[in-house]
Design a binder for this molecule. Structure first.
Ligand SMILES: Nc1ncnc2c1ncn2[C@@H]1O[C@H](COP(=O)(O)OP(=O)(O)O)[C@@H](O)[C@H]1O
Ligand SMILES: [Mg+2]
Length: 444
């Protein structure tokens, strides 16, 4: 029996500190797979532990199958939890480990069938009579999963269950978890800080930041229609390019977006969402360009809806099947706080190439304006670079190309920007465009 899980404006306060989870609301349908995603410390585990009953709800209400359940014991909730640090009993065989919850529930019954069918599901039949220390990390995590599912729980709660494994194994087990939970049809809440994992596993993804839910949507929708600049920056690889900009809406002539040294002219007549930009005239905004919105090509090859920019090649990250070209277009990157703990930044090899003093780098950045800071009164400024993390590259735009394009560092390249893929966020970080109906292939 699969459970419906609902949280209504749930908060958690530890001692006297501020809220670790702040008025969090989410409804998970029976059999649904929902991923809680966000940087380290944003409250994901706390939400999960409140669902499990391992942590008391400070405010708000938890409903299980529609029944108020704040005060149920973990046992009464009938859920199974899998953690990052899977603790198996070292002096029990894997068979005994998997059967342990069954034995607790019903000591006299023979659980052999259930244990073996569970092991078959996980492909670990052959190691049942060994001890956990005789297994690889991946096998041990499968045994831990087996222990969690042997009871056929009403819900799975998984807290970064794959974080301790190497990349290859992680991908492998990720696919297995997807398959297993689909087969069992059990409601699953899965915590991760890895956006790729979240996107590939979740029916829906709930993005959190600082204890606050930012957006909960299908993977397609969080990518295509991020509610705000934080979600946009957290989801997708390479990370969306975010540039500080200002809208120019002259009484006569074309509206354009000022990106610093260059401008993006908006085509006439204005599209419905570009019209929304008119009221932003003169105010600081943030332009978001995913790598698929920009290509290296001359103006003569522009398709309808594409406008020209140019950039100077700062460095090229060769990836085998493609290359990521880091460019300087003379704009100022908008920086989103809270992201750095979760996502690796582009490699910072350039320091060595340019002399490696750091000071030179910074002077150069000042000259190109790439660390200039946008000053505005909004509470949350997305344009302020944290002082402990000075920028070491002067690139403000990362573009994907085929692996064979020959590009010279320091050389200028022509760019075409597809305005249909243009994201604009207001000074508080909220998305202004695109409007939902402008995203092809998305039913909203
Ligand atoms: N037992 C605890 N006592 C005090 N503070 C805690 C406790 N557990 C978590 N916190 C704090 O609550 C916040 C959210 O933590 P957590 O839910 O573990 O985040 P995440 O799982 O997203 O990394 C953090 O600031 C963390 O330091
Ligand atoms: Mg955690």
């Amino acid at each position: 029996m699969s459970r419906a899980i609902s949280l209504h404006s749930v908060s958690k306060t530890y001692g006297r500190s501020s809220r670790a989870v702040d008025r969090f609301s989410l409804s998970v349908a029976p059999g649904e797979f929902v991923v809680l995603l966000g940087p380290s410390g944003c409250g994901k585990s706390t939400v999960l532990r409140m669902i499990a009953g391992l942590e008391e709800v400070s405010e708000g209400e938890l409903l299980l199958d529609g029944e108020p359940s704040n005060d149920l014991s973990p046992r009464e909730r009938g859920m199974a939890m899998v953690f990052q640090n899977f603790a198996l009993y070292p002096n029990m065989t894997n068979r005994a480990n998997i059967g342990f919850p069954l034995k607790l529930e019903n000591p006299r019954r023979d659980h052999t069938d259930r244990v073996e069918s569970t092991a078959r599901m996980l492909g670990i039949e052959s190691v049942l009579d060994r001890y956990p220390r005789q297994l690889s990390g991946g096998e041990r995590q499968r045994v831990a999963m087996g222990r969690a599912i042997s009871r056929r729980p009403s819900a799975f709660l998984m807290d970064e269950p794959l974080s301790n494994l190497d990349a290859k194994l992680r991908n492998h087990l990720r696919a297995e978890i997807a398959q297993l939970t689909a087969e069992l049809g059990v409601t699953t809440v899965y915590v991760t800080h890895d956006q790729a994992e979240a996107m590939s596993l979740g029916d829906r993804v709930a993005v959190m930041r600082g204890g606050v839910l930012q957006q909960v949507s299908t993977p397609r929708e969080v990518y295509a229609l991020p509610e705000n600049v934080f979600v946009a920056a957290f989801i997708g690889t390479p990370r969306i390019n975010l540039l500080q900009a200002v809208v120019h809406a002259p009484l006569e002539g074309r509206m354009s977006i000022d990106l610093g040294r260059q401008r993006l002219p908006l085509p006439e007549p204005l599209s419905a969402d570009h019209q929304l930009l008119r009221i932003q005239q003169g105010r600081p905004i943030i332009v978001g360009l995913r790598s698929e919105a920009v290509r290296i090509a001359p103006r003569s090859q522009a398709r309808p809806g594409e406008v020209a920019l140019s950039g100077i090649v700062e460095h090229v990250e060769y990836q085998g099947h493609e290359a990521l070209v880091h460019l300087n277009t003379g704009s100022r990157p908008a920086v989103v706080p809270d992201l750095e703990s979760a996502r690796p930044q582009a490699p910072q090899r350039r320091r060595a190439r340019s002399g490696g003093t750091g000071v030179l780098e910074r002077l150069k950045q000042r000259a190109t304006g790439s660390v200039a800071v946008l000053d505005h009164p909004a509470e949350e400024s997305y344009a302020v670079r944290s002082p402990d993390r000075p920028a070491v590259t002067a690139s403000d735009l990362v573009v994907r190309t085929g692996p064979d394009m020959r590009l010279r560092t320091g050389g200028q390249v022509p760019l075409l920007v597809d305005l249909a893929h243009l994201y604009v966020f207001d000074h508080s970080g909220r998305r202004i465009c695109p409007l939902p109906r402008d995203i092809p292939g998305l039913d909203v």
